[in-house]
Ligand binder design. Structure first.
Ligand SMILES: [Zn+2]
Length: 196
């Protein structure tokens, strides 16, 4: 999943919990933000296999540290601790828990769309419901989650901003790196993808 994660960030943000929206944006994508440098450093692995899913060519065959269930729980706990310590002036325990949940939501949403490449622990017991193989449904789900979160956020905060504009901003950033080529990709392309 790509832009759909941001819907959770919008949905979680309230005036009461006082969590900065940018913190939630980072939280919901933390696993991917870690994944990119891990791939660049060769700690986790990805290759491009054209046609592996209907939506993209990512064969995410080794990512035990960022996208295993245990890994996701670990990073959620780290985010909880960092938020609790770093924002101790405004962070209640429940707000820190919400930040931890935002991190973990990434794994739950990835579980819906990924092919079975998400390990439960280490590199074993891989799960994934494979919605990436149903392009229109997957795209609809992403947009649906994003809009649901954005509308909730706007209603709560009485903002004037248009949810469509918010979506377009998120989308233009994320989809720029969507793998397009049907042919094989070089290592340099994989690196460039991970950077973005
Ligand atoms: Zn991910």
């Amino acid at each position: 999943m790509f832009v759909g994660h941001y819907g959770v960030a919008f949905a979680v943000k309230t005036e009461r919990n006082k969590i900065p929206l940018w913190v939630l944006f980072v939280a919901v994508q933390l696993l991917d933000f870690l994944w990119a440098p891990f791939v660049l450093l060769g700690i986790e692995k990805v290759r491009f296999v054209p046609g592996i899913t209907a939506t993209n060519a990512l064969d995410l065959y080794y990512m035990p540290y960022t996208h295993s269930l245990i890994g996701a729980l670990f990073w959620s706990a780290v985010a909880f601790a960092i938020y609790k310590i770093g924002w101790r002036n405004i962070a209640s325990s429940s707000a820190a828990l919400l930040v931890g949940f935002a991190v973990f939501s990434h794994w739950l949403l990835d579980l819906i769309v990924h092919r079975p490449d998400l390990p439960i622990y280490d590199d074993t017991l891989k799960v994934g419901f494979g919605l990436w193989n149903y392009r229109a449904i997957e795209f609809g789900l992403e947009i649906g989650i994003l809009l649901f979160g954005a509308v909730l956020y706007l209603k709560r905060n009485g903002a004037i901003a248009n949810p469509i504009v918010i979506f377009q901003r998120c989308q233009s950033r994320i989809f720029r790196c969507w793998p397009r080529s049907k042919s094989g990709h070089s290592k340099a392309e994989i690196k460039r993808f991970a950077y973005v």
